[in-house]
Ligand binder design. Sequence first.
Ligand SMILES: *[C@@H]1O[C@H](CO)[C@@H](O)[C@H](O)[C@H]1NC(C)=O
Ligand SMILES: *[C@@H]1O[C@H](CO)[C@@H](O)[C@H](O)[C@H]1NC(C)=O
Ligand SMILES: *[C@@H]1O[C@H](CO)[C@@H](O)[C@H](O)[C@H]1NC(C)=O
Length: 391
Amino acid sequence: MVTLLTFAAVLTAALVTQAKPTHGGNDPSYRHTIKAKGIEASFIEYGATLTNLWVDDKNGIPRDVILGWDDTTQYNLQSDIPGFLAAVVGRYANRIANGTFTIDGTEYHTPLNENNITTLHGGDMGFDRLNWALIDTGKNNVSFKLTSPDGDEGFPGTTDIIVKYSVNDNQEWHIDYEGTTDKDTIMMLSQHGYWNLDAFTTSETVEDHVLQIASDKFFKTDGSLIFTGEFSNVEGTALDFRSAKSIGQDLQEATECGFDCIGYDNCWIFSEPNPDEYQATVYAPSTGIQLAIKTDQVALQFYSCHGLDGTLPIKKKKHHKHHGHHDRRCNDDDNDKQEYVQKYGCLVLETENYVDGINNLEWGEEHTGILRKDDKYTRHAEYHFSVRRDD
Ligand SMILES: *[C@@H]1O[C@H](CO)[C@@H](O)[C@H](O)[C@H]1NC(C)=O
Ligand SMILES: *[C@@H]1O[C@H](CO)[C@@H](O)[C@H](O)[C@H]1NC(C)=O
Ligand SMILES: *[C@@H]1O[C@H](CO)[C@@H](O)[C@H](O)[C@H]1NC(C)=O
């Protein structure tokens, strides 16, 4: 009897141990970390958000190159500072003109959460503000699932979304999206990371980052960033990144970014996307850290963070491996003065489909973003990090 009781107690203890939140339990702000050679990334269930991405700079010092909060509960509490911070955006990324679209004769309305005239990134409570569920994790991968019910933010159909993040020994971060629906709907998913490849070690802005975008066309927009349906050639404009140039070079001439602003908030398209080539490459001469992006999505939005205004704190934990090296803002000391991300302090590169394709049927069915009942949405993007030593 005593033996049995003891056994039961041990068994209960074992079960309790197992039920402990080894993978964060139900805590949507618990960091799930995945690793491979030269790369380490952490994610939380809230927004399926990337909270940290560590890669080595040209001196072998690990740098966290993604903006975010040290305290991961702040992603939810401060979800406007700025919005969409390194989260998955959906159900329909970027903008829907007038928050209105039609599928097979039925009109749908989505929230006008930008300037009261457009739907931006899925509405008031887009996928970036929802708690995803952890469904799988391994040493180098983690997968999150979200069910968005019929009528969620005005979109038709109950949809199941899975995003799988993985890293590999080639210093690549891969994103695989999958989506299904029980009713015809529209779907366009993207990842909204705000990058600073200098990791704020030498500069407050990304103006010295060198960017290349392999595209000769971008979407014309009006003041509300609504796409006019026209394509423009980059030739002779500030938007010509076919040859690598610093973001600062023509920044003052970049004014197609909404009402009364200077900066880039534009969408380039890839006429003949080549799955073996990178669509965009950006690096910081200071750290040598380079990011090259490859995707099967046919467009790329580049935003130069002109909306950042000194309210998002710069993470204090700039390196987690003690190496005795000290440089500007590279410090784990909590007593250090808090610094904040300034205007142009980051860049966002969103891989996506043609923006507002659902309201521009002339671009063709493949660009509407319509996902039919029983079809499967699959998209892929990869972010390849490396170090350049030529500067
Ligand atoms: C915008 O949508 C509303 C319905 O929400 C409609 O009444 C109005 O005509 C639309 N405006 C334009 C310019 O399409
Ligand atoms: C948005 O537009 C509606 C309808 O025109 C109006 O009633 C409402 O006050 C506006 N909201 C804001 C925040 O401007
Ligand atoms: C994730 O990694 C583990 C190994 O750590 C592997 O067994 C599993 O198949 C991977 N899952 C996916 C979805 O790739």
